[in-house]
Ligand binder design. Structure first.
Ligand code: PLP
Length: 390
């Protein structure tokens, strides 16, 4: 094991959080605001790069499309995984080279494929015949990798069902790609977002290695393995330092795939989550009746304005208040919108200070990933719904 990799976990995490928190304390905002520290993004980039060795890191832009985040990563030498024309344009506008951008969405519009091809993007994902048809028509001769479905690995935010083909269909898709004049160069998968332990990758990598071997046995000269994202962020539960976690994954890959000409990883959350903290505010603290055991705390931010990953209480954020240290008790935490689904935590209530009241500021830690992007009108670079009045 690569045990000598610098462990930047505990102390470093603490210092980062303290720095962002310090900034939030001295600033005032009149609405919920995400504050991002790009130094933390770069530190995470270096840590994952160190652990992954020769792999190219393609930042999954959807995790946080803030132009300054992209720019910082361009300057650090990162590559990018884009899911739409909008994300490709964003990366190019911040100085990324088109050959460093992969078009990783397996569901692409023909016009977007043509756009990508015309600006010089050469690497595309696919998981179905029809998608390969589109790529062959609008990006003739391009390199493609086949996305595979993998079993849920126990990730906190699984990404399994929607994307990928059945592993035993992969070779047929490679054959088909070849017949269309495309260049099937490899495979990809996503182990599931927030995969807390590196060991959870092992069975998934076993399955991918089976497909890899089968494809090579059929004569496909694969040279690209794309291991996707899944690198975890700290939300209060213990996780390994990024460099150590990444080195463990790299080692498991080496054990199964030997020397790889091209290895690619697509971290999103692992690069940006801990680089951000949200400043929010308590709007109301109430009970439904004087003897109600349940205390409800309503924030000015909720499921539809940034905290989408609280869906099914999947991601449990950490909250900081000015009353920390006072006596606490459980509460149901909810957002401000008039939709009854806008409840953040109820099955597993959150402990917050009993003295909390309307107007109190609340800081939410590790909010740099999948917050601003989900709450924007244009998630993942897809334009918002147009409205026409007749
Ligand atoms: C969202 C996404 C990622 C990033 O996943 P994380 O778990 O945030 O690292 C990587 N690859 C693809 C194809 C994605 O859709």
């Amino acid at each position: 094991m690569t045990a000598f990799v610098t462990d930047l976990s505990g102390d470093f995490r603490h210092a980062c959080a303290a720095r962002i928190e310090g900034f939030l304390r001295t600033a005032t905002f009149d609405r919920p605001t995400l504050v991002i520290d790009t130094d933390v993004v770069l530190q995470n980039f270096r840590a994952l790069s160190q652990g992954l060795g020769d792999a190219h890191i393609h930042y999954a832009v959807k995790a946080n499309p803030e132009p300054q985040v992209i720019e910082a990563l361009v300057n650090a030498g990162s590559h990018f995984d884009a899911a739409s024309r909008g994300e490709i344009e964003l990366c190019l506008s911040q100085g990324a080279r088109p050959e460093d951008i992969s078009f990783g969405n397996t569901v692409k519009k023909p016009g977007d494929i043509a756009f990508a091809y015309n600006v010089g993007v050469t690497l595309f994902a696919a998981d179905a015949e029809e998608e390969l048809d589109k790529i062959a028509e609008h990006a003739p001769g391009a390199e493609v990798y086949i996305r595979l479905i993998v079993e849920a690995s126990g990730a906190d935010w699984p990404l399994t069902r929607k994307f990928g083909c059945a592993p035993d269909h992969a070779v047929a898709l490679m054959d088909y790609a070849l017949s269309l004049g495309l260049r099937p160069v490899g495979v990809s998968f996503h182990v599931g977002s927030q995969t807390r332990k590196a060991e959870m990758w092992a069975p998934v990598l076993d399955r991918i290695a089976d497909v890899w071997r089968a494809a090579r046995a059929e004569g496909h000269a694969l040279d690209l393995l794309n291991i996707g994202g899944g690198f975890p962020a700290f939300y209060g539960e213990d996780i390994a330092a990024p460099a150590i976690y990444a080195a463990q994954v790299r080692e498991m890959v080496a054990e199964r795939f030997g020397d790889l000409a091209r290895l690619m990883a697509e971290p999103g959350r692992g690069l940006v989550a801990e680089a951000g903290m949200i400043a929010a505010e308590v709007v109301l603290v109430s009970r439904k009746s004087p003897d109600d055991l349940h205390r409800w705390v309503y924030l000015d931010i909720g499921m539809f304005s940034g905290l989408a990953e609280t869906m099914d209480e999947a991601i449990r954020y950490q909250f900081v208040t000015a009353r920390d240290g006072e006596r606490t008790g459980p509460c149901i935490l909810a957002g401000p919108s008039c939709d009854s689904a806008d409840v953040l935590y109820e099955k597993r209530m959150i402990d917050l200070p009993l003295g909390l009241k309307s107007g109190d500021r609340v800081f939410i830690r590790s909010c740099g990933a999948y917050t601003s992007s989900y709450s924007s009108v244009g998630f993942n670079g897809f334009p918002p719904l147009d409205v026409v009045v007749m």
